[in-house]
Design a protein around this ligand. Sequence first.
Ligand code: DGY
Length: 329
Amino acid sequence: LKTSSGRINKPAVLVARAIFPEVLQTLQQHFEVTSNQADVLWNPEQLAFAAKGVAGILTTGSERIDAALLAACPDLKICANMAVGYNNFDVAAMTTARVVATNTPDVLTETTADFGFALILAAARRMTEGEHFLRAGLWNRWRYDMLAGAEVHGTTLGILGMGRIGQAIAKRGAHGFGMRVIYHNRSRLDAVTEGVCAASFVSKQDLLQQADHLILVLPYSTESHHAIGVAELAQMKPTATLVNIARGGIVDDVALAAALKAGALAAAGLDVFEGEPRVHPDLLTLPNVVLTPHIASATLRTRRAMAQLAAANLIGFLLHGKALTPLNA
Ligand code: DGY
């Protein structure tokens, strides 16, 4: 990195979206940084143009890193996603192009699990419906069945996807709410981890049929696309709650809206949507769905930790040859 004149050339890095100013400053100490602090939403061509010649990109989960981008950026060595999910990365293409992919596991686990639980409670106990009712001036008396929802404590919690976040949700359900916890995952947890989570492995069919509250915490892939569609919704209890904090596309939103409308499912809590930030118009009109704009990890402390970890991955790999949380190295 030293030029013939003895000057140190810092590697070039692109920060593809706005991030915490102090994290940007840290990166500026180590790299020649181009940053999109104005937070303009770039299309793939604009991203490729901005990334020309850089060795690293800090992405936020919205920017697609695929073969076309990689071909346009032959100097690229690492993409550090400021998200635990990385379905915006074509990891196989990145591996072929010898580009390291990193994400931000662990730092958001508990915060995201808190939010998942909040959505279960809000949907089952009709909290936003109650708030709208009150704000609309419709509350004029107490009534025995007014906004009566579904019980949460002591019921059966189903978890589809049992990674770190699924396990953190299981602990909340079992130890905080006295729930029976069942889960389905590609692979079964070891007995010790199952014991710590107080969770039992069941088939997907049993999960769908037995859960009073079903939460989705699995990664998005072609395999998990519409993992919850017409057939799966038909197997769920009509009194059940469905919560998705994973990725849009895992649920067929059209089928979900139809089930909620028909009373085939009591309630839903959704933080992610197919084609977000667009939300299917049918979902917007339904009272029995709580809708939030992909904020499950959004506390300042957690988002800062995610940005710091993404920055540490760029620094670790580009300056010291070792990424902290690599996906393909
Ligand atoms: C993640 O980390 O994958 C979240 O969805 C982004 O906030």
